[in-house]
Write a protein that binds this ligand. Structure first.
Ligand SMILES: *Cc1c(COP(=O)(O)O)cnc(C)c1O
Length: 359
């Protein structure tokens, strides 16, 4: 089988093959989503996620179908007056655009953005100006398109500077890969086809008590995925519609299997160091992100000449190695390596050998 380093959809945990068989044999595939069997499964999944990902007890975990859906849920069910989007890449910008489309019908909605350089952290000073009158601040925790991430220290500073704002984080390519400072934010989400090592079609949405309270006050209830409706159903561990039960089951099994997130993060950081040491000595190839403070642990973007990249990707394919394409503005001058937990140490050796042989 091929080795994929694509940062989403990405390699699923090898154990998923058995988990899928088990789902069939345990009769999971036809259980009713209002049955006790589903309630038990859903409750167990949430409890395991809280335990393994260190999600604060008082936070609420919900199921959605994708990160994109979480963008819409926020815009339709929480945004009333204003939001500011802080981004340096394609996913953060997409979130902004989705919000623009959905809030466009309120003529007095104040939508702002602050873009920042990929080698830097966002300026808190500029953010203070932009976000003075914003209720929500929206960040991409790990920007999959360019391999940048926001360090905990920065998130801490944002929390201190904006104690009463609602802080939202797209953590699609970092949740279940690195430890997230859930308590410093209010609205966190990720789809499962990245660090969870699962097939696409499910997302995990984590809300602080503040967000739950806001959603209940607003009572936006026009959609099947209105947040107030989702929260009401989740009080009984249920969903508003027939959910992706197979994927919830797989999520439960993966959550059961994985170590606690600090241990996962430690392993991924070790692997990142291996890549850094090894790639440092190769001419003509470098990390797109030179500033190690903002360099992601889970998605590594490598920069080289266009010709070199085309050749490398072609040769890799011949050897059943799939590298991630560059994305957006960096489409032709970078390739990406997913440093996700499902990838085996032996596959990293394979990739190292391959790059060595072709440089
Ligand atoms: C992959 C990704 C998305 C989109 O996820 P979907 O499940 O396709 O909606 C959004 N944001 C980030 C940061 C991503 O990496």
């Amino acid at each position: 089988m091929e080795s994929t380093f694509y940062p989403g959809p990405s390699k699923v945990y090898a154990q998923v093959a058995d988990f899928m068989q088990d789902a069939y044999h345990e009769g999971i595939l036809h259980i009713n989503h209002r049955s006790d069997a589903f309630v038990d499964l859903s409750k167990k999944t949430v409890q395991l996620l809280k335990k393994k990902l260190l999600i604060p007890h008082e936070y609420t975990v919900l199921y959605a179908t994708s990160a994109t859906e979480c963008w819409e849920i926020m815009a339709q069910s929480l945004l009333q007056d204003s939001s500011t989007h802080i981004y340096n890449g394609a996913f953060g910008q997409k979130w902004y655009h989705y919000t623009q489309k959905l809030t466009g019908r309120h003529s007095n909605f104040h939508l702002n953005y602050l873009s920042f350089d990929i080698q830097e952290l966002p300026s808190l000073e500029l953010l203070r100006e932009k976000a003075k009158n914003s209720e929500f601040l929206c960040f991409t925790h790990n920007e999959t398109s360019n391999g940048t991430a926001l360090p905990v220290e920065f998130i801490q500073k944002v929390r201190q500077a904006f104690p009463s704002h609602i802080l939202a984080f797209d953590a699609t390519s970092s949740m279940a890969g690195v430890r997230l400072p859930f308590d410093l934010g209010d609205f966190w989400y990720a789809s499962v086809q990245k660090c969870f090592g699962l097939p696409a079609g499910l997302a995990v949405l984590v809300c602080s008590p503040k967000v739950v309270k806001r959603a209940m006050e607003i009572q936006e209830n026009r959609h099947y995925n209105s947040l107030a409706f989702m929260l009401e159903k989740m009080e009984d561990w249920q969903t508003t519609h027939t959910p992706n039960v197979l994927n919830i089951y797989l999520l439960m099994r993966v959550a059961e299997m994985i170590p606690s997130v600090p241990e996962i993060e430690r392993r991924l950081q070790e692997r990142k160091k291996i890549y850094e040491t090894f790639l440092k000595n190769l001419p003509g190839i470098s990390f797109l992100i030179q500033n190690s403070i903002v360099r992601s642990t889970t998605v590594l973007a490598m920069q080289a000449s266009e010709d070199r990249i085309t050749e490398l990707k072609q040769k890799a394919l011949e050897q059943n190695i799939i590298l991630g394409n560059g994305y957006g503005a960096w489409k032709n001058t970078t390739f990406r390596i997913a440093n996700f937990p499902s990838i085996l140490a032996s596959e990293i050796e394979l990739l190292k050998d391959f790059i060595h042989a072709n440089y």
